[in-house]
Design a protein around this ligand. Structure first.
Ligand SMILES: NC(=O)c1ccc[n+]([C@@H]2O[C@H](COP(=O)([O-])OP(=O)(O)OC[C@H]3O[C@@H](n4cnc5c(N)ncnc54)[C@H](O)[C@@H]3O)[C@@H](O)[C@H]2O)c1
Length: 313
């Protein structure tokens, strides 16, 4: 069983700790806030500390799980890799493309796994969508768009692009296996100065495909949807649907086609994501693919942020 240490015990960190405690040997939990440690101590028997270095100094710890705020990810991940640990780091693993490249390189040099937590890539619905796109069933993909809207949770430390957009971006790039050549973003901070709560993004790919993302936590609808339009068929991944996560619209050109929803596994995506990390640590699969795939995602986020800032609010 892999021996793990986790840093960050906020609401999301709690979910990760629950899974890693079930699936691995969770030896350490770390948070700078005493209250968070006390709360976690009620659910886990792991050793508690407020000092991240305690995890790194323990030679029996093979892997580190990072669930702290985004600006801290790069530094904590780099230090963990330098200490010879495998790393699971919440998304996005870095805030600059060059930093993401550095982390991926460091992991390869040290022969360690670095897996950014792009949760949706482990969602059986997204995997089914990828399978449908890759099989050619939709024909050639013409365009795609992501909707990630709801009312609240209003964040004050990261905007809708970094908090919500990273999910759609990771899926859109995964679906087409291309890096955008042009990105544009516009948004506004209606609730908290300087933190955009509504963001619209446009992306264009070398093949001519285009994509759009509507990201917002100031919206009457709760939507978690990705739509892919091909020149034969169209497919939708709708995470708000309980049963029909995927719908394929047949032959739109003749308007005679049928609609069908393939079966999708209902295992919790976070469980699958954590299991995937542990299987990589155990030596199964390509240990460096996840980090390499995250480079274009972070690059696109950085470019979209620059575009967002270039438009006066
Ligand atoms: N994959 C997903 O769907 C998903 C969903 C929600 C959040 N997240 C990500 O998970 C991460 C955590 O989210 P959250 O909402 O729990 O955040 P949070 O800010 O509520 O909690 C982070 C915790 O980390 C602690 N911390 C910060 N720096 C530290 C350090 N250097 N050493 C020790 N402890 C430190 C803080 O005290 C805090 O308790 C974020 O990166 C977020 O983007 C991912």
């Amino acid at each position: 069983m892999t021996r793990l240490g986790q840093v960050g015990l906020g609401p999301w960190g709690r979910n990760l700790a629950r899974n890693f405690d079930d699936l691995g040997d969770l030896a350490w939990l770390c948070d700078v806030e005493e209250e968070r440690r006390a709360e976690a101590a009620q659910r886990h028997s792991a050793r508690m500390t407020g000092h991240f270095d305690d995890l790194l100094a323990d030679d029996t710890v093979e892997a580190v799980v990072i669930a702290t705020p985004v600006p801290t990810h790069f530094d904590l991940a780099r230090r963990s890799l330098e200490a010879g640990k495998h790393v699971f780091v919440e998304k996005p693993a870095a805030m600059r493309g060059t930093e993401m490249e550095e982390l991926a390189e460091l992991a390869e040099q040290r022969g360690r796994v670095l897996m950014p937590g792009h949760l949706l890539l482990y969602h059986p619905g997204v995997q089914k969508l990828k399978e449908i796109v890759a099989s050619g069933e939709l024909g050639e993909v013409l365009y795609m768009y992501g909707n990630r809207q709801n009312l609240g949770t209003f964040r004050t430390n990261e905007n809708a692009l970094w908090s919500l957009g990273v999910h759609d971006l990771s899926v859109l790039l995964h679906l087409v296996d291309e890096e955008p050549v042009e990105v544009r973003a516009q948004g506004n901070s209606f609730l908290h100065p300087g933190v955009e709560d509504v963001v619209f993004c446009y992306l264009r790919f070398p093949s001519g495909k285009m994509a759009h993302m509507h990201l917002s936590w100031l919206d009457p609808h709760k939507i978690r949807r990705i739509t892919v339009v091909g020149n034969d068929r169209m497919a939708v991944f709708d995470d708000m649907e309980r049963e029909r996560k995927i719908t394929v619209y047949d032959n739109w050109r003749t308007r005679t086609g049928e609609i069908y929803s393939p079966q999708v596994d209902t295992t919790e995506p976070l469980r699958l994501e954590c299991r995937h990390f542990l299987s990589l640590v155990a030596g199964e699969g390509d240990p460096h693919k996840a980090a390499r795939d995250a480079i274009p995602v972070v690059r696109a986020l950085e470019q979209l942020q620059a575009s967002l800032e270039s438009v006066p609010a």
